[in-house]
Design a protein around this ligand. Sequence first.
Ligand code: ADP
Ligand code: MG
Length: 371
Amino acid sequence: MNLVHQTPINTTPPDLVRFEGVRKSYDGIHFVVDDLNLSVRKGEFLTMLGPSGSGKTTTLMMLGGFERPTLGHILLDGRPVERLPPEKRNIGFVFQNYALFPHMTVAENIAFPLQCRKITGAAAETKVKAALERVQLGAFGNRKPVQLSGGQQQRVALARALVFEPSLVLMDEPLGALDKQLREHMQVEIKHLQQSLGITMVYVTHDQSEALTMSDRIAVFHDGRIQQLDGPRRLYDCPSNRFVAGFIGESNLVDGLIDGFEGGEAIVRAPDGAVLRAPAVEGAKAGMKVTVLIRPERMAVHNADGPERQNIVRGLIREIFFLGDHLRLSIAALGLDELLVRIPAAQGEGLVANAEVELAFAISDARILTA
Ligand code: ADP
Ligand code: MG
């Protein structure tokens, strides 16, 4: 025991939610959530991101109290809540399909969670009014849900989740039904609401750009397990395995064999015989099969003014797509039929399909993944 050191002052906010060894099986055979250990900090926007079937909704339902963990514990503010019913958890919930009550008016829908908590009369009216104003639906209280657009219904669901001033709000793919423009608008609106109200948010989506836009931290789910938990920037720049690299952002994943090492760099052979250099990483050994991640925007068409030490590879341009400000090149190179390269439109002059091209990228922009 070391008594000399004082306990450091803890500057990270305390945890509001803790999953401890949580597992869930619906059929008694297969765990759809497996050994989940996760803390959500007070005031943070945490997103669970993953493909369909990866266990996101199940995890959210267990936190909300609609499903029970088969094993493990869920702590809310330090207290185990596995046996607490949903209405005793002080958690706001926005479900995947809004789940508005069709026979009730907008105001009645929003008042519903208050009734469940025995808040009625003038006190309830004031809260409903404030909730409607907060989502810019002040004039819509008397309408029925069918008389609203998808985006407005979404706002009602949001108001209903916030009306009892919960400290924690859970949202399950809340924007899935909206068109792209409205979805992007609502992403910003929800983020602003979360920040201005100081709520802790646990948000579920399968949309990686939505997760990158909104989150403080993202837990990437796959097969019921968290693959990586990190901030958006780190997830994009330093994915911990091939799954995360492929799921977040656009990526070229090149199969490689490590030939050896030289001054902190690994020398990697691609399937087409090309040799790449990449920063060495822990666990990488000579003779090992690895994946090399190269992001499309990190590559450029090689020109003589580039730095002296960089990776240069040859490829064949298959297709060129014009996207206004940039070009997407689909190139056969490094053993991939479709290596994607994204360059500013101005740098694409003279490029044509079926021509050979030399691509250049920094050694530090080739990232070795061992898993
Ligand atoms: P996600 O939200 O990431 O799409 P889910 O948590 O809904 O994932 O589902 C995870 C797995 O659990 C899937 O294989 C799904 O079929 C299964 N599952 C979800 N809900 C139930 C249920 N109520 N009964 C049986 N299986 C379920
Ligand atoms: Mg789901």
